[in-house]
Design a protein around this ligand. Structure first.
Ligand SMILES: *[C@@H]1O[C@H](CO)[C@@H](O)[C@H](O)[C@H]1NC(C)=O
Length: 435
């Protein structure tokens, strides 16, 4: 949900005011998807290389984000809150331990550059995100390793150095206790907003490790809404249903643009740090949401580009207060709809993590958002569970040269000697097969 801001270009502006009074069809919190932070925010001087890496991974994160949202938003008929960034970071940690064609798939789906650039880029991204003034923005990563499971030290070191990840050993066979350890971490990193990211049932001794990412955001609006101005107003759930919902009101200067080609308009509501804002995309028609979701990549791109080009104008904003929680099972989405199938299969190659065979069992995300007069609070945790699997060797045994054969009768194993008696019934060889 953190989409990098686009380059500023100058443009003309339309001077007509429109009122969000006509706020109609936001039955899904599409707006929550569009909360965006500019990753290039704090201009601490950095070597060009890491700046370039940051730009590349930010662009990749943006592409992954729209791809993921396009699919997830379509699947979720109800309200939705998700954090593609959280999924992206957790998956990139897994990708860092992948090899061969498994790694290639990760690189393709996550739009990752070379391994060095990926590591540097994510290090910069996490640093930047964790240093945004005037709002609270925290990204945290953690690797939970099954007791006695051998993880390569280079992998652990990369996670610590580049993803600022903590590492803890847990006993997955004690599933209730292990779930509690992971859930306690989730709660701590999200101001208690995300709990039960894993259930005891999800965990057993086949589990080798859990990679987790938490994103927490809390920001006050640059211009808060006056609670006294909040009143019940009609909200058109669909063409036939209207309900009264507590709706905030503020008259003030905001950036908003019309997107006639998408039959929509969008507005940017900044937080106390002007580089972090909520962008709301409102379809013109009451039932226009589905069409917007179908085209979400273009809609978000056009909206962000045009917002960056426009100026603030006075507008009367009516915005419903809302709270949303989602639980997403991303494993299916990733493997069947986004092209990340191999990491979930028995051909998965996570050689960078361990010499023992590993594959992804589940990818789960829980997310929360609350939007009110003061501002917004949003949190997400993504957990990736990796389990060991029995390697299936597909070896070839091609009899294509002269060979010997026996037909034998065996006895059961002799308990004392540990060997079985073999009585050959026939013995022969084939030097030149004839039939
Ligand atoms: C943070 O808040 C201060 C005080 O209100 C303000 O001057 C400053 O511009 C804000 N920083 C950003 C990046 O918006």
């Amino acid at each position: 949900m953190f989409v990098r801001r686009f380059i500023l270009r100058s443009t003309r502006l339309t001077l007509e005011e429109y009122s969000m009074d006509k706020m109609r069809t936001l039955q899904k919190s599409l707006l929550a998807l569009c909360l965006f932070a500019s990753a290039m925010a704090s201009p601490t001087p950095k070597p060009t290389e890491s700046l370039e890496a940051l730009q590349i991974v930010s662009q990749g994160a943006q592409l992954f984000s729209t791809n993921m949202i396009k699919i997830v938003a379509k699947e979720q008929q109800d309200n939705l809150i998700a954090s593609p960034l959280s999924a992206n970071i957790a998956l990139t940690m897994a990708a860092n331990g992948a090899a061969g064609t498994t790694e290639e798939q990760f690189r393709h789906v996550l739009h990752l550059p070379s391994k060095t650039q990926t590591l540097t880029g994510f290090q910069q991204l996490i640093n930047t995100m964790n240093n945004v003034e005037n709002v609270t923005l925290n990204l945290a990563n953690k690797l939970f390793i099954g007791k006695d499971f051998p993880v390569k030290s280079q992998y652990k070191q990369d996670l610590q150095t580049y993803f600022h990840s903590d590492i803890e050993s847990v006993d997955f066979s004690q599933s209730a206790k292990a779930a509690d350890t992971i859930n306690t971490w989730s709660k701590e990193k999200t101001n208690n907003r995300i709990d039960n990211i894993v259930q005891a049932d999800d965990l057993d001794s086949s589990l080798a490790l859990v990679l987790a990412n938490a994103v927490y955001f809390k920001g006050n609006w640059a211009h808060q809404f006056d609670p006294k101005a909040t009143t019940d107003r009609p909200f058109h759930v669909d063409a036939n249903n209207v309900k009264q919902v507590p709706t905030m009101f503020r008259k003030g200067n905001y950036k908003y643009v019309e997107l006639p080609e998408h039959e929509a308009k969008c507005i940017e509501l900044p937080y106390a740090n002007k580089e972090v804002s909520m962008v709301i995309i409102l379809p013109d028609k009451i039932d226009g949401l589905a069409a917007l979701i179908d085209n979400i990549d273009a809609v978000m791109l056009d909206c962000n580009v045009r917002l960056a080009q426009t100026y603030e104008r006075e507008v009367r904003v009516y915005l419903p207060k809302f709270k949303t929680e989602s639980k997403l099972d991303l494993g299916n989405t990733l493997s069947t709809k986004m092209g990340l199938s191999e990491p979930f299969s028995n051909s998965a190659n996570f050689n960078g993590i361990s010499d023992l065979p590993l594959k992804i069992d589940k990818v789960v995300q829980k997310a929360f958002i609350e939007v009110n007069e003061e501002g917004s609070e949003a949190a997400a945790v993504t957990g990736i569970m990796l389990q060991t699997y029995a390697m299936v060797y597909e070896e070839k045994f091609e009899i294509n040269r002269p060979f010997i054969y026996n037909i034998i009768k065996t006895s059961s194993i002799n308990e004392e000697t540990g060997v079985r008696e073999v009585i050959p019934l026939f013995v022969g060889h084939v030097a030149n097969p004839e039939y």
